[in-house]
Design a protein around this ligand. Structure first.
Ligand code: MG
Length: 202
């Protein structure tokens, strides 16, 4: 499986990163070794500024290529929350040098994921609210209606370039409020008021 992550999909986050708003979706990949289903994340030594980015994650459940927009909704049925961990210091260096972002985004355990999946038929995916807390302090308060590109648009766009396969994950971008994590932090995430994610940083 592969992990497809969308960048700059919320205007308020693009603004806090001093990045331009995209006119087409921006994506990058994390390998399967980035997936973390455990409850503990060990802070890696190669970064001094690891940031959380809480994101709605879609699980792809059909193989598809060049998926038309009107059929995109048939390619997933479940979603949850995940964290797109980012070594912000390394990413900044990559940006300045025009280098790819993999060392900053695609390291082992850089994609924690909840094991509680929600069924899309029971929610309006285009009007979800989700929150992320660091040590019980609200850091990110997202609304999927603020996404620049909808989930279906993202699926259609990405599938022009990469075949989507069953079990692939789509991290749909983070709202404003990203910040640094520290050893001892407890990170929690909620969708529509229901806790789906809890991760301890060690
Ligand atoms: Mg992200």
């Amino acid at each position: 499986m592969k992990i497809i992550c969308i960048g700059r999909n919320y205007a308020d986050h693009a603004k806090e990163m001093k990045s331009a708003l995209p006119t087409e979706p921006i994506y990058f990949l994390k390998p399967d070794t980035s997936l973390l289903k455990e409850k503990v994340f060990y802070l890696p030594k190669f970064t001094k500024d690891l940031h959380f980015e809480c994101e709605i994650v879609i699980k792809i459940d059909r193989v598809g290529k060049n998926i038309p927009l009107e059929y995109a909704h048939k390619y997933y049925s479940q979603f949850t929350l995940g964290i797109d961990f980012t070594a912000r210091d390394l990413q900044q260096e990559c940006k300045e040098k025009g280098l790819p972002w993999e060392i900053a985004k695609s390291f082992d355990n850089a994609a924690p994921i909840s094991e509680s999946w929600l069924n899309k038929d029971e929610y309006d995916l285009n009007d979800l609210s989700f929150q992320f807390f660091q040590n019980e302090e609200l850091k990110q308060d997202g609304k999927t209606r603020d996404m620049i590109f909808s989930v279906d648009t993202l699926i259609t766009y990405v599938s022009q370039f990469i075949t989507l396969k069953t079990g692939d994950l789509l991290y749909t971008g983070t709202p404003a409020g990203v910040g640094q994590v520290h050893i001892g932090d407890v990170l929690t995430g909620y969708i529509e008021g229901v806790k789906v994610l809890e991760l301890e940083v060690a």
